[in-house]
Design a protein around this ligand. Structure first.
Ligand code: GLC
Ligand code: CA
Length: 567
Protein backbone atom coordinates (compact mmCIF):
# COMPACT_ATOMS: atom_id res chain seq x y z
CA UNK A 1 0.00 0.00 0.00
CA UNK A 2 1.03 3.56 -0.61
CA UNK A 3 2.20 5.23 2.54
CA UNK A 4 2.72 8.93 1.79
CA UNK A 5 3.04 11.25 -1.13
CA UNK A 6 6.81 11.02 -0.98
CA UNK A 7 7.21 12.29 -4.52
CA UNK A 8 6.31 15.88 -3.57
CA UNK A 9 9.59 16.53 -1.81
CA UNK A 10 11.66 14.89 -4.49
CA UNK A 11 13.48 15.92 -7.60
CA UNK A 12 14.34 13.53 -10.44
CA UNK A 13 17.11 12.99 -12.96
CA UNK A 14 16.16 11.57 -16.35
CA UNK A 15 18.47 9.09 -18.06
CA UNK A 16 18.29 8.47 -21.81
CA UNK A 17 20.67 5.57 -21.51
CA UNK A 18 22.14 5.30 -25.00
CA UNK A 19 23.93 8.62 -24.53
CA UNK A 20 24.48 8.70 -20.78
CA UNK A 21 27.73 6.79 -20.18
CA UNK A 22 29.34 3.86 -21.94
CA UNK A 23 30.63 1.44 -19.30
CA UNK A 24 31.97 -1.33 -21.57
CA UNK A 25 33.39 0.89 -24.31
CA UNK A 26 31.44 -0.30 -27.32
CA UNK A 27 30.32 3.26 -28.07
CA UNK A 28 26.81 2.88 -26.59
CA UNK A 29 25.70 4.05 -23.17
CA UNK A 30 24.63 1.25 -20.82
CA UNK A 31 23.75 0.13 -17.30
CA UNK A 32 27.43 -0.38 -16.46
CA UNK A 33 27.92 3.31 -17.12
CA UNK A 34 24.87 4.17 -15.05
CA UNK A 35 26.18 2.08 -12.15
CA UNK A 36 29.48 3.94 -12.26
CA UNK A 37 27.76 7.34 -12.29
CA UNK A 38 25.16 6.74 -9.55
CA UNK A 39 27.22 8.64 -6.96
CA UNK A 40 27.46 11.58 -9.38
CA UNK A 41 23.68 11.57 -9.83
CA UNK A 42 23.23 11.48 -6.07
CA UNK A 43 25.71 14.33 -5.68
CA UNK A 44 23.37 16.60 -7.65
CA UNK A 45 20.90 16.41 -4.78
CA UNK A 46 18.20 14.59 -6.71
CA UNK A 47 16.23 11.79 -5.08
CA UNK A 48 15.24 9.64 -8.03
CA UNK A 49 15.95 8.49 -11.55
CA UNK A 50 13.56 8.12 -14.45
CA UNK A 51 14.84 5.71 -17.07
CA UNK A 52 13.65 6.35 -20.61
CA UNK A 53 13.04 2.85 -22.09
CA UNK A 54 15.88 0.37 -21.58
CA UNK A 55 13.98 -2.67 -22.91
CA UNK A 56 14.75 -4.69 -26.07
CA UNK A 57 13.82 -2.54 -29.06
CA UNK A 58 14.68 -2.33 -32.76
CA UNK A 59 15.18 1.39 -32.06
CA UNK A 60 12.92 2.78 -34.75
CA UNK A 61 12.08 5.34 -32.06
CA UNK A 62 15.03 4.65 -29.77
CA UNK A 63 13.40 2.47 -27.16
CA UNK A 64 9.84 3.77 -27.50
CA UNK A 65 9.20 0.81 -29.81
CA UNK A 66 9.42 -2.11 -27.41
CA UNK A 67 9.80 -5.73 -28.51
CA UNK A 68 9.98 -7.28 -25.02
CA UNK A 69 8.53 -5.53 -21.97
CA UNK A 70 10.14 -7.76 -19.38
CA UNK A 71 13.77 -7.61 -20.32
CA UNK A 72 16.73 -5.31 -20.88
CA UNK A 73 18.13 -4.38 -24.29
CA UNK A 74 21.38 -6.36 -24.74
CA UNK A 75 23.13 -3.10 -25.72
CA UNK A 76 22.49 -1.85 -22.18
CA UNK A 77 23.14 -4.98 -20.09
CA UNK A 78 20.76 -7.58 -18.68
CA UNK A 79 18.31 -8.03 -15.84
CA UNK A 80 21.11 -8.94 -13.43
CA UNK A 81 22.90 -5.69 -14.16
CA UNK A 82 19.62 -3.82 -13.83
CA UNK A 83 19.12 -5.33 -10.36
CA UNK A 84 22.61 -4.20 -9.38
CA UNK A 85 21.81 -0.66 -10.49
CA UNK A 86 18.46 -0.72 -8.70
CA UNK A 87 19.98 -1.96 -5.43
CA UNK A 88 22.81 0.52 -5.52
CA UNK A 89 20.39 3.36 -6.35
CA UNK A 90 18.23 2.38 -3.39
CA UNK A 91 21.28 2.19 -1.13
CA UNK A 92 22.11 5.75 -2.14
CA UNK A 93 18.55 6.88 -1.42
CA UNK A 94 17.48 7.18 -5.05
CA UNK A 95 14.07 5.97 -6.21
CA UNK A 96 13.90 4.42 -9.68
CA UNK A 97 11.02 4.82 -12.10
CA UNK A 98 10.63 3.12 -15.46
CA UNK A 99 9.07 4.24 -18.72
CA UNK A 100 5.81 2.44 -19.48
CA UNK A 101 5.06 2.57 -23.20
CA UNK A 102 1.69 0.92 -23.74
CA UNK A 103 0.02 2.94 -26.46
CA UNK A 104 2.01 0.90 -28.96
CA UNK A 105 4.63 -1.81 -29.24
CA UNK A 106 7.30 -2.46 -31.83
CA UNK A 107 6.11 -4.25 -34.97
CA UNK A 108 8.78 -6.80 -33.99
CA UNK A 109 7.02 -7.61 -30.71
CA UNK A 110 5.86 -11.29 -30.71
CA UNK A 111 2.25 -10.10 -30.15
CA UNK A 112 2.31 -8.19 -33.43
CA UNK A 113 4.10 -10.95 -35.29
CA UNK A 114 1.27 -13.29 -34.17
CA UNK A 115 -1.48 -10.74 -34.77
CA UNK A 116 -0.47 -10.34 -38.40
CA UNK A 117 -1.04 -14.03 -39.00
CA UNK A 118 -4.80 -13.76 -39.22
CA UNK A 119 -8.15 -13.16 -37.61
CA UNK A 120 -8.29 -16.50 -35.79
CA UNK A 121 -4.93 -16.02 -34.13
CA UNK A 122 -5.12 -15.62 -30.30
CA UNK A 123 -3.37 -12.23 -30.68
CA UNK A 124 -5.60 -11.13 -33.52
CA UNK A 125 -7.33 -8.37 -31.52
CA UNK A 126 -4.25 -7.10 -29.71
CA UNK A 127 -3.92 -4.34 -32.31
CA UNK A 128 -6.31 -2.13 -34.28
CA UNK A 129 -6.96 -3.67 -37.70
CA UNK A 130 -9.34 -2.38 -40.38
CA UNK A 131 -10.21 -3.23 -43.96
CA UNK A 132 -10.58 0.43 -44.77
CA UNK A 133 -8.45 3.09 -43.08
CA UNK A 134 -9.86 6.42 -41.88
CA UNK A 135 -8.20 9.75 -42.71
CA UNK A 136 -6.04 10.10 -39.58
CA UNK A 137 -2.44 11.18 -39.95
CA UNK A 138 0.28 9.72 -37.79
CA UNK A 139 2.37 12.05 -35.65
CA UNK A 140 5.63 10.67 -37.02
CA UNK A 141 5.28 9.12 -40.47
CA UNK A 142 2.60 9.97 -43.03
CA UNK A 143 -0.81 8.36 -42.71
CA UNK A 144 -1.73 6.57 -39.48
CA UNK A 145 -2.53 3.32 -41.33
CA UNK A 146 -0.21 0.81 -42.92
CA UNK A 147 -1.31 -2.09 -45.09
CA UNK A 148 -0.04 -5.49 -43.98
CA UNK A 149 0.23 -8.00 -46.83
CA UNK A 150 0.18 -11.03 -44.59
CA UNK A 151 -3.00 -10.13 -42.74
CA UNK A 152 -4.57 -8.37 -45.73
CA UNK A 153 -5.66 -5.44 -43.55
CA UNK A 154 -4.46 -2.04 -42.36
CA UNK A 155 -3.17 -1.46 -38.83
CA UNK A 156 -3.25 1.80 -36.90
CA UNK A 157 -0.02 3.55 -35.89
CA UNK A 158 -0.32 6.99 -34.30
CA UNK A 159 3.47 7.21 -34.31
CA UNK A 160 5.92 5.47 -36.69
CA UNK A 161 4.99 2.56 -38.96
CA UNK A 162 7.10 0.35 -36.75
CA UNK A 163 4.95 1.34 -33.72
CA UNK A 164 1.53 -0.34 -34.13
CA UNK A 165 -1.07 0.87 -31.60
CA UNK A 166 -2.31 -1.66 -29.07
CA UNK A 167 -6.05 -2.25 -28.81
CA UNK A 168 -6.66 -1.26 -25.18
CA UNK A 169 -10.36 -2.13 -25.53
CA UNK A 170 -9.28 -5.77 -25.50
CA UNK A 171 -9.29 -6.92 -21.82
CA UNK A 172 -6.43 -9.31 -22.59
CA UNK A 173 -4.22 -6.37 -23.54
CA UNK A 174 -5.04 -4.65 -20.26
CA UNK A 175 -4.13 -7.84 -18.41
CA UNK A 176 -0.77 -7.80 -20.21
CA UNK A 177 -0.22 -4.21 -19.04
CA UNK A 178 -0.98 -5.21 -15.45
CA UNK A 179 1.43 -8.08 -15.69
CA UNK A 180 4.14 -5.70 -16.94
CA UNK A 181 3.46 -3.39 -13.99
CA UNK A 182 3.71 -6.27 -11.55
CA UNK A 183 6.88 -7.61 -13.13
CA UNK A 184 8.81 -4.38 -12.52
CA UNK A 185 7.17 -3.58 -9.19
CA UNK A 186 8.03 -7.06 -7.92
CA UNK A 187 11.62 -6.41 -8.95
CA UNK A 188 11.52 -3.34 -6.71
CA UNK A 189 11.06 -0.31 -8.96
CA UNK A 190 9.25 2.65 -7.44
CA UNK A 191 7.00 3.87 -10.20
CA UNK A 192 6.35 4.61 -13.85
CA UNK A 193 6.42 7.46 -16.32
CA UNK A 194 3.52 6.56 -18.60
CA UNK A 195 4.19 7.42 -22.23
CA UNK A 196 1.47 9.30 -24.24
CA UNK A 197 -0.96 7.87 -21.73
CA UNK A 198 -3.86 10.13 -22.72
CA UNK A 199 -3.93 8.48 -26.19
CA UNK A 200 -4.60 4.87 -25.19
CA UNK A 201 -8.41 4.80 -25.59
CA UNK A 202 -9.72 5.46 -29.10
CA UNK A 203 -13.26 6.50 -29.94
CA UNK A 204 -15.51 3.66 -31.14
CA UNK A 205 -15.81 3.55 -34.89
CA UNK A 206 -12.64 5.63 -35.34
CA UNK A 207 -14.41 8.56 -37.04
CA UNK A 208 -12.66 10.66 -39.66
CA UNK A 209 -10.96 13.80 -38.39
CA UNK A 210 -11.07 17.22 -39.98
CA UNK A 211 -9.25 16.91 -43.30
CA UNK A 212 -7.32 20.18 -43.19
CA UNK A 213 -5.38 19.81 -39.95
CA UNK A 214 -2.24 17.86 -40.81
CA UNK A 215 -0.62 15.43 -38.34
CA UNK A 216 -3.13 15.91 -35.52
CA UNK A 217 -6.44 15.55 -37.40
CA UNK A 218 -7.47 12.41 -35.51
CA UNK A 219 -6.51 13.73 -32.08
CA UNK A 220 -10.03 14.65 -30.94
CA UNK A 221 -10.85 10.94 -31.27
CA UNK A 222 -7.87 9.48 -29.47
CA UNK A 223 -6.92 12.07 -26.83
CA UNK A 224 -8.74 11.47 -23.50
CA UNK A 225 -10.82 8.81 -25.28
CA UNK A 226 -14.12 7.39 -24.01
CA UNK A 227 -12.74 4.63 -21.74
CA UNK A 228 -9.52 6.23 -20.63
CA UNK A 229 -10.48 6.68 -16.98
CA UNK A 230 -11.80 3.12 -16.64
CA UNK A 231 -8.55 1.70 -18.01
CA UNK A 232 -6.45 4.02 -15.90
CA UNK A 233 -8.37 2.94 -12.80
CA UNK A 234 -7.53 -0.70 -13.51
CA UNK A 235 -3.83 0.12 -13.70
CA UNK A 236 -4.03 2.34 -10.64
CA UNK A 237 -5.46 -0.55 -8.61
CA UNK A 238 -2.37 -2.62 -9.33
CA UNK A 239 -0.04 0.26 -8.51
CA UNK A 240 -1.81 0.96 -5.22
CA UNK A 241 -0.95 -2.54 -4.01
CA UNK A 242 2.63 -1.31 -4.01
CA UNK A 243 4.26 1.95 -2.92
CA UNK A 244 4.20 3.04 -6.53
CA UNK A 245 4.32 6.49 -8.07
CA UNK A 246 2.61 7.24 -11.40
CA UNK A 247 3.54 10.08 -13.67
CA UNK A 248 1.77 10.51 -16.99
CA UNK A 249 2.98 12.15 -20.14
CA UNK A 250 0.09 14.19 -21.51
CA UNK A 251 0.87 15.57 -24.96
CA UNK A 252 -1.40 18.54 -25.75
CA UNK A 253 -3.20 18.12 -22.46
CA UNK A 254 -5.17 21.03 -20.99
CA UNK A 255 -5.50 21.96 -17.34
CA UNK A 256 -9.09 20.76 -17.39
CA UNK A 257 -8.39 17.32 -18.73
CA UNK A 258 -5.23 16.90 -16.64
CA UNK A 259 -7.23 17.55 -13.46
CA UNK A 260 -9.42 14.56 -14.29
CA UNK A 261 -6.40 12.29 -14.04
CA UNK A 262 -4.99 14.04 -10.99
CA UNK A 263 -7.96 14.66 -8.70
CA UNK A 264 -11.26 13.25 -7.52
CA UNK A 265 -12.48 9.69 -7.25
CA UNK A 266 -11.06 8.79 -10.69
CA UNK A 267 -7.58 9.94 -9.78
CA UNK A 268 -5.22 7.70 -11.68
CA UNK A 269 -1.95 9.64 -11.78
CA UNK A 270 0.16 11.50 -9.23
CA UNK A 271 1.49 14.03 -11.73
CA UNK A 272 1.39 14.82 -15.40
CA UNK A 273 3.88 16.31 -17.82
CA UNK A 274 2.14 19.10 -19.71
CA UNK A 275 3.46 20.83 -22.81
CA UNK A 276 2.15 24.41 -22.75
CA UNK A 277 5.41 25.93 -21.56
CA UNK A 278 7.33 24.20 -24.36
CA UNK A 279 5.46 26.27 -26.94
CA UNK A 280 6.95 29.68 -26.11
CA UNK A 281 8.94 29.67 -29.36
CA UNK A 282 6.26 27.92 -31.43
CA UNK A 283 8.74 25.23 -32.47
CA UNK A 284 6.04 22.58 -32.41
CA UNK A 285 2.89 24.47 -33.19
CA UNK A 286 3.70 26.54 -36.25
CA UNK A 287 5.54 25.96 -39.48
CA UNK A 288 7.35 29.23 -39.08
CA UNK A 289 9.68 29.48 -36.13
CA UNK A 290 8.78 32.58 -34.12
CA UNK A 291 11.09 34.36 -31.73
CA UNK A 292 10.91 33.22 -28.15
CA UNK A 293 8.18 35.07 -26.27
CA UNK A 294 8.72 35.32 -22.52
CA UNK A 295 5.14 36.38 -21.89
CA UNK A 296 3.91 33.16 -23.45
CA UNK A 297 6.23 31.15 -21.24
CA UNK A 298 5.15 32.99 -18.10
CA UNK A 299 1.50 32.60 -18.97
CA UNK A 300 1.90 28.84 -19.33
CA UNK A 301 3.88 28.51 -16.11
CA UNK A 302 1.37 30.56 -14.12
CA UNK A 303 -1.67 28.87 -15.62
CA UNK A 304 -0.51 25.46 -14.39
CA UNK A 305 0.75 26.75 -11.05
CA UNK A 306 -2.57 28.42 -10.22
CA UNK A 307 -4.82 25.70 -11.56
CA UNK A 308 -3.15 22.88 -9.63
CA UNK A 309 -2.50 24.75 -6.37
CA UNK A 310 -4.12 22.90 -3.47
CA UNK A 311 -5.65 20.31 -5.81
CA UNK A 312 -2.86 18.50 -7.59
CA UNK A 313 0.88 18.57 -8.08
CA UNK A 314 2.98 19.81 -11.03
CA UNK A 315 5.78 17.92 -12.78
CA UNK A 316 8.33 20.64 -13.58
CA UNK A 317 10.73 20.38 -16.51
CA UNK A 318 12.45 22.38 -19.23
CA UNK A 319 14.23 19.57 -21.05
CA UNK A 320 13.82 15.94 -21.90
CA UNK A 321 14.71 13.58 -24.75
CA UNK A 322 11.92 15.06 -26.93
CA UNK A 323 13.06 18.68 -26.95
CA UNK A 324 16.14 20.53 -28.07
CA UNK A 325 18.35 21.99 -25.34
CA UNK A 326 16.73 24.81 -23.40
CA UNK A 327 19.71 27.22 -23.39
CA UNK A 328 19.50 27.08 -27.18
CA UNK A 329 15.77 27.83 -27.11
CA UNK A 330 14.99 30.10 -24.17
CA UNK A 331 18.49 31.13 -23.07
CA UNK A 332 21.30 33.02 -24.79
CA UNK A 333 21.65 30.29 -27.44
CA UNK A 334 18.49 31.55 -29.10
CA UNK A 335 20.57 34.21 -30.84
CA UNK A 336 22.43 31.60 -32.88
CA UNK A 337 23.49 27.98 -32.92
CA UNK A 338 26.95 27.52 -31.55
CA UNK A 339 27.99 23.96 -31.93
CA UNK A 340 31.70 24.69 -31.61
CA UNK A 341 31.60 27.11 -28.75
CA UNK A 342 29.03 28.44 -26.34
CA UNK A 343 26.91 31.61 -26.48
CA UNK A 344 28.20 34.71 -24.70
CA UNK A 345 25.90 34.36 -21.69
CA UNK A 346 25.85 30.58 -21.72
CA UNK A 347 26.58 30.29 -18.02
CA UNK A 348 24.34 33.11 -16.82
CA UNK A 349 21.36 32.03 -18.89
CA UNK A 350 21.86 28.35 -18.06
CA UNK A 351 21.74 29.12 -14.35
CA UNK A 352 18.85 31.56 -14.65
CA UNK A 353 16.78 28.91 -16.46
CA UNK A 354 17.36 26.54 -13.54
CA UNK A 355 15.98 29.13 -11.09
CA UNK A 356 13.06 29.88 -13.39
CA UNK A 357 11.47 26.48 -12.84
CA UNK A 358 13.06 24.59 -9.90
CA UNK A 359 11.45 26.93 -7.35
CA UNK A 360 7.93 26.60 -8.72
CA UNK A 361 5.47 24.36 -6.88
CA UNK A 362 5.96 20.80 -8.08
CA UNK A 363 8.57 18.10 -8.51
CA UNK A 364 11.54 19.20 -10.67
CA UNK A 365 12.92 16.92 -13.37
CA UNK A 366 16.43 17.45 -14.75
CA UNK A 367 17.42 15.82 -18.01
CA UNK A 368 20.92 14.39 -18.44
CA UNK A 369 23.33 17.11 -19.55
CA UNK A 370 20.94 19.92 -18.66
CA UNK A 371 22.78 20.33 -15.35
CA UNK A 372 26.01 21.19 -17.19
CA UNK A 373 24.31 23.43 -19.74
CA UNK A 374 24.61 21.27 -22.85
CA UNK A 375 23.46 23.02 -26.02
CA UNK A 376 22.09 22.06 -29.45
CA UNK A 377 24.21 20.46 -32.15
CA UNK A 378 24.25 21.51 -35.77
CA UNK A 379 24.79 18.65 -38.20
CA UNK A 380 25.59 19.37 -41.83
CA UNK A 381 23.34 16.86 -43.47
CA UNK A 382 19.83 15.64 -42.76
CA UNK A 383 21.23 12.11 -43.18
CA UNK A 384 23.31 12.62 -40.05
CA UNK A 385 20.16 13.04 -37.97
CA UNK A 386 18.90 9.80 -36.42
CA UNK A 387 15.53 10.75 -34.97
CA UNK A 388 12.54 9.68 -37.01
CA UNK A 389 10.47 12.78 -36.27
CA UNK A 390 13.31 15.08 -37.37
CA UNK A 391 13.51 13.27 -40.69
CA UNK A 392 9.75 13.44 -41.19
CA UNK A 393 9.56 17.10 -40.26
CA UNK A 394 12.32 17.87 -42.72
CA UNK A 395 10.31 16.24 -45.48
CA UNK A 396 6.90 17.36 -44.39
CA UNK A 397 7.02 20.97 -43.37
CA UNK A 398 8.74 23.03 -45.99
CA UNK A 399 8.38 21.28 -49.27
CA UNK A 400 8.40 24.62 -51.04
CA UNK A 401 11.22 25.99 -48.96
CA UNK A 402 14.95 25.92 -49.65
CA UNK A 403 17.06 23.05 -48.45
CA UNK A 404 19.07 25.37 -46.17
CA UNK A 405 15.99 26.76 -44.47
CA UNK A 406 14.56 23.31 -43.89
CA UNK A 407 17.85 22.15 -42.39
CA UNK A 408 18.02 25.26 -40.22
CA UNK A 409 14.63 24.44 -38.80
CA UNK A 410 15.90 20.96 -37.95
CA UNK A 411 18.90 22.56 -36.25
CA UNK A 412 16.48 24.49 -34.08
CA UNK A 413 13.97 21.79 -33.36
CA UNK A 414 15.51 18.32 -33.60
CA UNK A 415 15.16 15.94 -30.68
CA UNK A 416 18.66 14.74 -31.57
CA UNK A 417 20.13 17.81 -29.89
CA UNK A 418 19.21 16.33 -26.54
CA UNK A 419 20.47 12.89 -27.53
CA UNK A 420 24.18 13.56 -28.04
CA UNK A 421 26.55 11.82 -25.61
CA UNK A 422 26.86 13.40 -22.19
CA UNK A 423 30.08 15.37 -21.92
CA UNK A 424 32.00 14.05 -18.94
CA UNK A 425 35.42 15.62 -19.52
CA UNK A 426 37.62 17.38 -22.08
CA UNK A 427 39.26 14.19 -23.29
CA UNK A 428 38.60 12.16 -26.41
CA UNK A 429 34.89 11.51 -27.08
CA UNK A 430 34.18 13.79 -24.11
CA UNK A 431 34.89 10.89 -21.74
CA UNK A 432 31.65 9.23 -22.78
CA UNK A 433 33.42 6.18 -24.22
CA UNK A 434 36.89 5.02 -25.23
CA UNK A 435 35.44 4.00 -28.56
CA UNK A 436 33.73 6.03 -31.25
CA UNK A 437 30.32 6.92 -29.82
CA UNK A 438 27.16 5.82 -31.64
CA UNK A 439 26.23 9.47 -32.23
CA UNK A 440 27.96 12.84 -32.62
CA UNK A 441 29.53 14.50 -29.60
CA UNK A 442 28.83 18.22 -29.41
CA UNK A 443 32.04 20.03 -30.40
CA UNK A 444 31.83 22.36 -27.41
CA UNK A 445 32.71 19.52 -25.01
CA UNK A 446 36.03 21.10 -24.04
CA UNK A 447 34.10 23.95 -22.41
CA UNK A 448 30.91 22.16 -21.45
CA UNK A 449 31.73 19.08 -19.39
CA UNK A 450 31.18 17.66 -15.93
CA UNK A 451 34.83 17.59 -14.89
CA UNK A 452 35.60 21.23 -15.56
CA UNK A 453 32.33 22.31 -13.98
CA UNK A 454 33.06 20.25 -10.87
CA UNK A 455 36.16 22.39 -10.44
CA UNK A 456 34.38 25.71 -10.89
CA UNK A 457 32.34 26.84 -7.88
CA UNK A 458 30.35 29.17 -10.13
CA UNK A 459 29.51 26.59 -12.78
CA UNK A 460 26.04 25.76 -14.05
CA UNK A 461 26.48 22.32 -12.46
CA UNK A 462 27.15 23.74 -9.01
CA UNK A 463 24.26 26.18 -9.41
CA UNK A 464 21.87 23.27 -10.02
CA UNK A 465 23.21 21.68 -6.84
CA UNK A 466 22.62 24.88 -4.89
CA UNK A 467 19.07 25.26 -6.21
CA UNK A 468 18.14 21.68 -5.35
CA UNK A 469 19.67 21.97 -1.91
CA UNK A 470 17.86 25.22 -1.18
CA UNK A 471 14.55 23.73 -2.33
CA UNK A 472 15.03 20.59 -0.31
CA UNK A 473 15.69 22.48 2.93
CA UNK A 474 12.69 24.78 2.62
CA UNK A 475 9.10 23.87 3.36
CA UNK A 476 8.11 27.16 1.72
CA UNK A 477 9.84 26.30 -1.55
CA UNK A 478 8.29 22.84 -1.57
CA UNK A 479 4.75 23.55 -0.43
CA UNK A 480 4.29 27.33 -0.51
CA UNK A 481 1.77 29.20 -2.66
CA UNK A 482 2.92 30.61 -5.96
CA UNK A 483 2.32 34.13 -7.18
CA UNK A 484 3.59 35.81 -10.34
CA UNK A 485 4.35 39.56 -10.55
CA UNK A 486 4.37 41.88 -13.57
CA UNK A 487 3.09 39.28 -16.04
CA UNK A 488 3.25 41.77 -18.91
CA UNK A 489 6.98 42.46 -18.49
CA UNK A 490 8.75 41.20 -21.61
CA UNK A 491 12.14 40.59 -20.01
CA UNK A 492 11.67 39.61 -16.40
CA UNK A 493 9.93 36.63 -14.87
CA UNK A 494 9.25 37.30 -11.18
CA UNK A 495 7.46 34.94 -8.83
CA UNK A 496 7.16 34.25 -5.14
CA UNK A 497 6.54 31.25 -2.96
CA UNK A 498 4.92 31.88 0.38
CA UNK A 499 4.06 29.76 3.38
CA UNK A 500 3.05 31.43 6.65
CA UNK A 501 5.32 34.42 7.15
CA UNK A 502 8.14 33.17 4.96
CA UNK A 503 8.39 34.25 1.37
CA UNK A 504 10.89 33.66 -1.36
CA UNK A 505 11.01 36.08 -4.27
CA UNK A 506 12.61 34.77 -7.46
CA UNK A 507 13.79 37.24 -10.10
CA UNK A 508 14.82 35.99 -13.55
CA UNK A 509 15.95 38.18 -16.42
CA UNK A 510 15.60 36.65 -19.87
CA UNK A 511 17.41 39.57 -21.51
CA UNK A 512 20.99 39.79 -22.78
CA UNK A 513 20.98 43.51 -21.91
CA UNK A 514 20.63 45.03 -18.43
CA UNK A 515 16.95 45.65 -17.64
CA UNK A 516 15.38 47.92 -15.02
CA UNK A 517 13.14 46.35 -12.41
CA UNK A 518 11.27 47.21 -9.26
CA UNK A 519 9.94 45.06 -6.49
CA UNK A 520 6.26 44.35 -5.81
CA UNK A 521 4.73 46.36 -2.93
CA UNK A 522 4.86 43.46 -0.50
CA UNK A 523 8.64 43.42 -0.70
CA UNK A 524 9.70 46.96 -1.62
CA UNK A 525 11.65 48.60 1.19
CA UNK A 526 11.74 45.39 3.26
CA UNK A 527 14.98 43.75 4.22
CA UNK A 528 15.20 40.65 2.10
CA UNK A 529 18.12 38.29 2.31
CA UNK A 530 19.78 37.37 -0.96
CA UNK A 531 20.06 33.59 -0.58
CA UNK A 532 21.17 32.71 -4.10
CA UNK A 533 22.29 34.49 -7.24
CA UNK A 534 23.72 33.42 -10.60
CA UNK A 535 26.45 36.09 -10.59
CA UNK A 536 29.54 35.57 -8.46
CA UNK A 537 29.61 38.08 -5.59
CA UNK A 538 32.52 40.25 -6.66
CA UNK A 539 32.39 39.82 -10.43
CA UNK A 540 30.78 42.33 -12.78
CA UNK A 541 29.43 45.26 -10.84
CA UNK A 542 25.81 45.50 -9.90
CA UNK A 543 23.82 48.32 -11.47
CA UNK A 544 21.30 49.62 -8.90
CA UNK A 545 17.73 49.15 -10.09
CA UNK A 546 18.80 46.88 -12.94
CA UNK A 547 19.19 43.17 -13.46
CA UNK A 548 22.36 42.27 -15.36
CA UNK A 549 22.17 40.04 -18.47
CA UNK A 550 20.20 36.91 -17.53
CA UNK A 551 20.61 37.75 -13.86
CA UNK A 552 18.68 35.69 -11.37
CA UNK A 553 18.27 36.44 -7.67
CA UNK A 554 16.47 34.56 -4.97
CA UNK A 555 15.52 36.62 -1.89
CA UNK A 556 14.08 35.39 1.35
CA UNK A 557 11.70 37.61 3.33
CA UNK A 558 9.72 37.49 6.54
CA UNK A 559 6.52 39.21 5.53
CA UNK A 560 2.84 39.28 5.91
CA UNK A 561 1.69 39.01 2.33
CA UNK A 562 -0.77 41.68 1.20
CA UNK A 563 -3.77 40.73 -0.90
CA UNK A 564 -3.42 40.60 -4.66
CA UNK A 565 -5.79 43.52 -5.35
CA UNK A 566 -3.43 45.90 -3.50
CA UNK A 567 -0.37 44.97 -5.56
C1 GLC B 1 6.54 10.05 -26.16
C2 GLC B 1 8.03 9.90 -25.98
C3 GLC B 1 8.68 10.08 -27.31
C4 GLC B 1 8.18 9.03 -28.25
C5 GLC B 1 6.65 9.05 -28.33
C6 GLC B 1 6.12 7.80 -28.98
O1 GLC B 1 6.19 11.33 -26.55
O2 GLC B 1 8.50 10.78 -25.02
O3 GLC B 1 10.09 10.00 -27.22
O4 GLC B 1 8.72 9.22 -29.53
O5 GLC B 1 6.07 9.09 -27.05
O6 GLC B 1 6.34 6.71 -28.13
CA1 CA C 1 28.24 0.08 -23.94
Amino acid sequence: MRSTEWFKKMSFYQIWIRSFKDGNNDGIGDLYGVFEKLPYIRSLGVDGIWFSPIYPSPNADFGYDISDYKNIHPDYGDLEQFKKVLNKAHELGLKVIMDLVINHTSDEHPWFIESRKGKDNPYSDYYIWRDKPNNWDSLFEGRAWEYDELRGQYYLHLFAKKQPDLNMDNPKVREEVKSILRFWLDLGVDGFREDVINFISKKEGLPNGLPFIPAVNGMPYYKDGPHIHEYMAEFRDVCMEYDCFQLGEGPMTTVRSALKYLTGPDRSLDMMFSFDHMMADCLYTEYIHRPFDLRKLKKAFTKWQNALNGKAWNALYLENHDHPRVISRYGDGRYGIFSHSVPKYWKESGKMLAASYIFQQGTPFIYQGQEIGMTNIRLNSIDDYMDISSKTNFNRYHLNDTFERRLRRIHLSSRDSSRTPVQWNAEKHAGFSENTPWFFVNKNYRTVNVESEENDPDSILNFYRKCLELRKKSKTLILGDYREYFPRDKHIYMYSRTCGCTSYLILCSFSRLPVPFHLPKTYAGKAGKLVLSNYPKDSRKEIPGFLRPYESRIYKYRVKPIPEENQ
